[in-house]
Design a protein around this ligand. Structure first.
Ligand code: HEC
Length: 400
């Protein structure tokens, strides 16, 4: 198998250039044996005033570009222009999106601000710099891609890509004269000096990039790819399970029946005894007062808690019970008048009894379990106690 592949490449490399060459000369080539010779030859050719010439080496030879007289490559300026353009376009894009087209207030910040735009501006600059560098170097300066170069498939090319150094002087140079160039190569120590002719099928230097056939093929391929992607994504993969669109997933909308459960109800009732996170069930729910005598207030009667209790009491209890618990609240005559909280019954109650009334309700007084949190209910109990004490203050309760 490997032998076969090797043979294929051997044959491929040694095949003759089967395309017929025309009589139109493209360039004269010459081979050199050492890097020193090619350096010297490049300098001489450049000094003679030739512009359309190129040097080929099988590996990079440092200083050759200076020897050839290549001084100021245009890639730098092209990259710079690309970068400036990228920076400007990125800023314009962000300004247009966040200020002009879809202004959105986010935390009171300005619609367009430079600090927020910097990451994308940076990315835009880098992106266009990179693209400008590659396109500028390959397409604008080196006139690539050029698959039809007459140098391809010549003996010269085989040598300079493996074991020799070579120079090509193009026939399009304004100083070009076949005999002069040959003499020059001879005097510089070159050998295997050869004329390279255009192929009959292609008599110009034009790159095929702007060839109408090439452009049409490109458009056809792009169109075909788009169509195939569109149909594959929208019609073929549509029904295939792992590629199903998320918006088409099986789900139950509120108030709609489910086919999954035998009772057709989409919502499931929680398992019996389920307790919501953070919820403390009240174990004396519905039991008479006597059951809760041992329930003690878990909160200390601190200043903060008394103030919290007062605040909640004034909001939730004072409308009926009055600010001081005397049963003279603002709901007078609109709701059964509650008894005073200073009656003997409540005075002799344990804290747990008062808490029980708040949590469970009592006769016409409703339960406040869902409106007032557990801790706040206990804070109110402390405050009710304070109210009671203030009404029955003894001498020793007064500050000295
Ligand atoms: C809508 C009016 C109303 C509100 C608001 C109200 N209560 Fe009552 N409360 C009553 C009535 C009426 C009674 C008497 C119920 C009965 O007939 O046993 C009562 C009874 C009580 C009792 C028992 C008194 C006794 O002698 O049996 C206590 C303690 C009590 N309320 C505390 C509170 C506290 C604390 C709040 C605030 C969280 C509050 N109530 C909010 C109307 C109200």
């Amino acid at each position: 198998m490997i032998k076969k592949i090797q043979n294929f490449f051997k044959e491929f490399n040694s095949r003759e250039d089967d395309e017929k060459r025309s009589g139109k000369i493209y360039a004269v080539t010459s081979l050199f044996d050492t890097p020193n010779e090619i350096m010297n030859a490049s300098t001489e050719v450049a000094d003679k005033g030739y512009k359309r010439f190129d040097t080929f080496t099988p590996y990079p030879v440092h200083g050759l570009d200076q020897a050839m007289g290549i001084t100021n490559p245009l890639v730098g300026p092209i990259a710079f222009v690309g970068g400036i353009l990228g920076c400007f376009l990125a800023l314009l894009m962000i300004w247009w999106m966040s200020d002009a087209n879809y202004p959105n207030i986010i935390g009171g910040k300005p619609f367009f601000a430079l600090p927020a735009a910097i990451p994308i501006t940076f990315e835009g600059t880098v992106l266009l710099t990179g693209i400008a560098t590659v396109v500028g170097m390959l397409v604008l300066l080196n006139k690539l891609p050029k698959i039809n170069n007459p140098l391809n498939d010549t003996e010269f090319m085989k040598h300079v890509s493996s074991d020799k150094f070579g120079i090509v002087i193009g026939a399009n140079d304004k100083n070009f004269s076949e005999t002069e160039v040959r003499d020059l190569f001879q005097s510089l120590g070159g050998h295997s000096i050869q004329n390279v002719y255009y192929r009959e099928s292609n008599l110009t230097d034009k790159t095929p990039l702007f060839d109408s056939k090439f452009i049409m093929t490109l458009i056809a391929v792009a169109g075909l790819t788009a169509l195939v992607s569109y149909f594959t994504l929208n019609y073929v993969l549509y029904e295939v399970v792992p590629f199903d669109w998320m918006r088409h997933q099986a789900k139950i909308n509120s108030q709609s029946p489910s086919d999954f459960f035998p009772d057709k109800a989409g919502m499931r009732t929680p398992v019996e005894g389920t307790v919501a996170r953070g919820f403390m069930p009240y174990e004396y729910k519905g039991l008479p007062d006597s059951a809760v005598r041992l329930l003690a207030n878990p909160l200390p009667a601190s200043k903060n808690i008394l103030e919290r209790g007062q605040d909640r009491y004034n909001i939730f209890c004072s409308p009926c019970h009055g600010y001081f618990g005397e049963g003279d609240g603002r709901m007078n005559d609109q709701f059964p008048k509650p008894p005073s909280l200073h009656n003997n019954k409540v005075l002799n109650w344990m804290d747990g009894n008062i808490y029980h009334v708040l949590t469970n309700g009592q006769n016409v007084m409703p339960s406040y379990e869902s409106q007032i949190s557990r801790d706040d209910r206990w804070a109110i109990v402390h405050y009710v106690r304070a109210l009671q004490r203030s009404k029955n203050a003894k001498d020793q309760d007064l500050p000295k």
